[in-house]
Design a binder for this molecule. Structure first.
Ligand SMILES: [Zn+2]
Length: 241
């Protein structure tokens, strides 16, 4: 049992050291992630606007071809006007001419709108692009900073991780699960010791009777206030020595 408690204390020690390394990175990992998200969002936005712009340009080209065709027809209709033989033919032709005129007008109006839309989309793309480039630069800097910090502690971290793996394999499965659960709930600290008759995790006094029991090192005790695993100072001293 003594070893079982000692292992948990060792595990906590290693995690404390790993947490410290993690802390050196500060907000950088979050900042990098946030920038990556932001860049992705802006890229998607630009791509969507570029697609809309391309679509509108294609539609404009189609309309222009259609307008050309209608204008050709219009010429033919107008030439035919000189060859009409009766009023009925004349009316039919003028109706055709008016209708074509309307169609041309509609398509030209649509193209004006499409041109405005293209311009608006281009302007928007032009506004986002420098923001995107700025974020990309910022990301480069932050990634380099983070890389440097990680590199500086690479060896130490690898050593600690290897040691932790070894300790983890020696930990009883239910102990490990309890440890990880408390660690998650208590921001990293799952194991506490008794310091001046109090739990080192929450500083609440541990009753004398319980302190005696903990000192026997023959059972897993949890702090009744914070739920952390309590180990005796004897174990802590032995590991820390
Ligand atoms: Zn406590």
């Amino acid at each position: 049992m003594f070893d079982r408690l000692k292992i948990l204390y060792e595990l906590q020690n290693l995690d404390d050291q790993l947490d410290e390394l993690e802390e050196l990175r500060g907000d950088l990992p979050n900042a990098v992630e946030a920038l990556e998200e932001k860049i992705k969002g802006m890229k998607n936005e630009i791509a969507a606007k570029e697609k809309d712009r391309k679509d509108s340009m294609e539609k404009r080209k189609d309309n222009e071809e259609e307008i050309e065709k209608l204008k050709e027809n219009q010429k033919k209709f107008k030439a035919q006007l000189y060859q009409v033989r009766n009023n009925k033919e004349y009316d039919a032709l003028t109706k055709e001419i008016d209708h074509t005129e309307d169609q041309i007008g509609k398509l030209e109006a649509e193209n004006d709108n499409l041109a405005d839309l293209s311009k608006k989309l281009s302007d928007e793309i032009e506004t986002i692009t420098p923001q995107l480039n700025e974020s990309k630069e910022e990301l480069k800097v932050k990634e380099a900073d983070l890389k440097e910090i990680i590199k500086a502690n690479e060896k130490e971290e690898a050593k600690l991780r290897a040691k932790r793996k070894e300790i983890e394999s020696q930990t009883k499965k239910p102990d490990y699960l309890a440890y990880m659960r408390i660690r998650k709930a208590k921001k990293g600290k799952a194991v506490a010791t008794i310091k001046r008759s109090a739990c080192s995790g929450c500083h609440n006094i541990v009753p004398p009777q319980r302190q005696l029991e903990i000192r026997r090192n023959n059972r897993l005790f949890f702090c009744e206030y914070c739920g952390r695993i309590l180990v005796s100072t004897e174990i802590a001293d032995k590991v820390d020595a």
